[in-house]
Design a protein around this ligand. Structure first.
Ligand code: F0G
Length: 356
């Protein structure tokens, strides 16, 4: 077997698994690190995109889910539950299938992208739409997992963070060192927590082998303006943003995100929906990378910081783009002209295409 084996087998010595842990995997991880030409030109830096939409269910959640579902299976769980803005539920549902488990999903009513709902449905999850937001769903999921025999697989489950930290390992392995700056969208704040943990672990001497990276990056996180509790310094009761994946008013890993920010010498700021959509279109139209709106918050943030003069030229920067654009194509189609209809006629088609 010469292919990528999934994050548990690739990084087994750095993860809390044993020889008897049943590995539930869809061969997640090993995602592309794509040089971003236009962003590099605009910032005068060397910018790379960590394209997490290339994971099996189309988002970074798969890294955490292979760990969380494997741990749940090892503990004998028959059912798992999560609250979700969509991607966690899609991932949990798929990995639960692999593990032969029941998957229960709580989503905010009417506020998750259709593609993600379709994934949870087709993988056979039991879905409840909650009359509330993500934060309400998480409260409910926590309560259910405390009272009933069902394992919680949100990022408050430490196995999730362990799995997601492997994205930082891959970046250091690919670049040969840590970048100067790492930029992420922030929602429930699990992922920024995980990356920081990963970078710190990889920078530290490990067993008898030589230390790999001597440095850690500054961590830059970006929330959507209508859902920016960490920036405001208080929970947002009614979070709003077109980036539904990060429509979260009271992040579970809030203090860990602040630690990542402070220990790394970084910051957490906000970007408007307009800035998110501009970055979303730039990524698709100029870099050839189609992401979902929440993912574009990292790139929108980098561009904002560059405009503010906060980006010194010559630095190496990685932006994680967290989810695949196909999950939420509405924003790709919205406002775009309908393609015209032509007869089966080469000359007519040529005129329409501007070839003559
Ligand atoms: N980007 C995407 C595409 C996401 O789905 C999420 C979170 C984030 C960014 C933010 O990551 O929460 O670790 O700070 N989605 C969760 C979900 C909340 O339910 O799918 P975070």
């Amino acid at each position: 077997w010469h292919g990528w084996r999934g994050i548990i087998e690739e990084y087994r010595d750095r993860l809390p698994v044993s020889g008897t842990t049943p590995v539930v995997t869809l061969r997640e991880g090993g995602t592309p690190l794509v040089p971003a030409q236009v962003l590099s030109e605009r910032t005068g830096c060397e910018v790379h995109l960590k394209v997490e939409g290339a994971n099996p269910t189309g988002s970074f959640k798969d890294r955490g889910m292979t760990m969380a579902i494997s741990a749940a299976k090892e503990a004998g769980a028959k059912a798992v539950i999560c609250a979700s803005t969509g991607n966690t539920s899609a991932s949990a549902a798929a990995y639960a299938v692999r593990a032969g488990m029941v998957c229960a999903v709580l989503v905010p009513q009417g506020k998750i992208a259709l593609g993600k709902m379709g994934q949870a449905l087709v993988h056979g999850a039991k879905i409840l739409q909650v009359d509330g937001n993500f934060d309400d769903c998480l409260t409910l999921a926590r309560g259910l997992s405390e009272k009933y025999p069902v394992a919680l697989v949100n990022s408050v489950n430490p196995a999730r963070i362990q799995g997601q930290k492997t994205a930082a390992f891959e970046i250091v392995d690919m670049l040969g060192d840590a970048p100067d700056i790492h930029v992420l969208p922030v929602g429930n704040a699990g992922n920024i927590t995980a990356y920081w943990k990963g970078y710190k672990e990889y920078a530290a001497p490990f067993a008898d082998s030589e230390p790999r990276a001597s440095r850690t990056p500054r961590m830059w996180g970006f929330q959507a303006s209508g859902s920016a509790p960490i920036v405001r310094g208080e929970p947002v009761k009614e979070p709003s943003t077109i980036a539904t994946a990060i429509r979260i008013g009271n992040p579970a890993s809030w203090t860990f995100a602040e630690q990542a920010r402070d220990e790394s010498g970084g910051f957490i700021d906000e970007v408007t929906d307009r800035q998110i959509l501009a970055a979303y279109r730039l990524l698709a139209a100029q870099e050839g990378v189609f992401v979902e709106p929440a993912s574009a918050a990292s790139v929108a943030g980098l561009l904002k910081a560059a405009e503010q003069g906060l980006v010194d030229p010559g630095q190496r920067i990685v932006c994680t783009v967290t989810g695949n654009g196909l999950k939420d194509p509405d924003w790709a189609v919205a406002g775009a002209p309908q393609p015209v209809v032509v007869p089966v006629d080469a000359d007519a088609a040529a005129v329409r295409l501007g070839l003559v």
